[in-house]
Ligand binder design. Sequence first.
Ligand code: SAH
Length: 253
Amino acid sequence: MTGAVYIVGLGPGHPAQLTPEAAEALAAAEVLLGYSSYLARVPERAGQLREASDNGEELARAAAALEGAVAGQRVAMVSGGDPGVFAMASAVCEAIERGPERWRQVDLHILPGVTAMLAVAARVGAPLGHDFCAINLSDNLKPWTLVEKRLAAAAGAGFVLALYNPVSRARPWQLPAALDLLRRHLPDTTPVVFGRAVGRADERVIITALDEADAGFADMATCVLIGSAETRIVKRPGREPLVYTPRNARPSA
Ligand code: SAH
């Protein structure tokens, strides 16, 4: 039999938000690779090997998957959300670009998943209903000055922003600094959504305004959506408010 690598997006966390295609690939895999917290979401199956690895070991994990496939194994690498959004798929492409010629022949399948910003947006309304962009706030793989430049350019150009990886134990000051910067470019009333662990048992969603947005509302499992000057909050008596960005922008925006 011929080996293959499936890079599988698990979605934000709720099993109902895993695609049928992803579920099939997980069930058919002989070897599962990924962070232990993602592997823990995949039901155990007899005869399937599991190898958990840590953050920062992406290239080694990609190499293990590709070599497994060369040796004839069906390997599934799991990612939270979508595997192409700040996740394993680009690490595997990078490994193939840099690695031995035989890796270019591996049968590779990238199976998309519901990424965090879409899951958070769907909880509150339609904040991504007009032009938006996603920025990874981690400065592990790029300098902080570049993050600042992109935040200012995106906010200044009227994009709604989805901030991934807003904080970690090693990166406590980046989100407060980002919020300070954004306050210089956007109105105080700009809606901000902190969506934490959406789709999981410990989900928490906070809707606030930029002048009241507190970095303490976010942790490693939070995706922060920052509205544009067009984004609105619609109050609904007895129900959660709706946050949405109108489909049409004012010519002055
Ligand atoms: N590939 C993933 C993102 C990996 S980066 C995806 O497509 O969603 C990890 C970041 O994703 C976290 O720091 C957080 O910002 C966000 N995230 C992942 N799962 C989330 C969830 N269930 N709810 C809110 N944010 C989440």
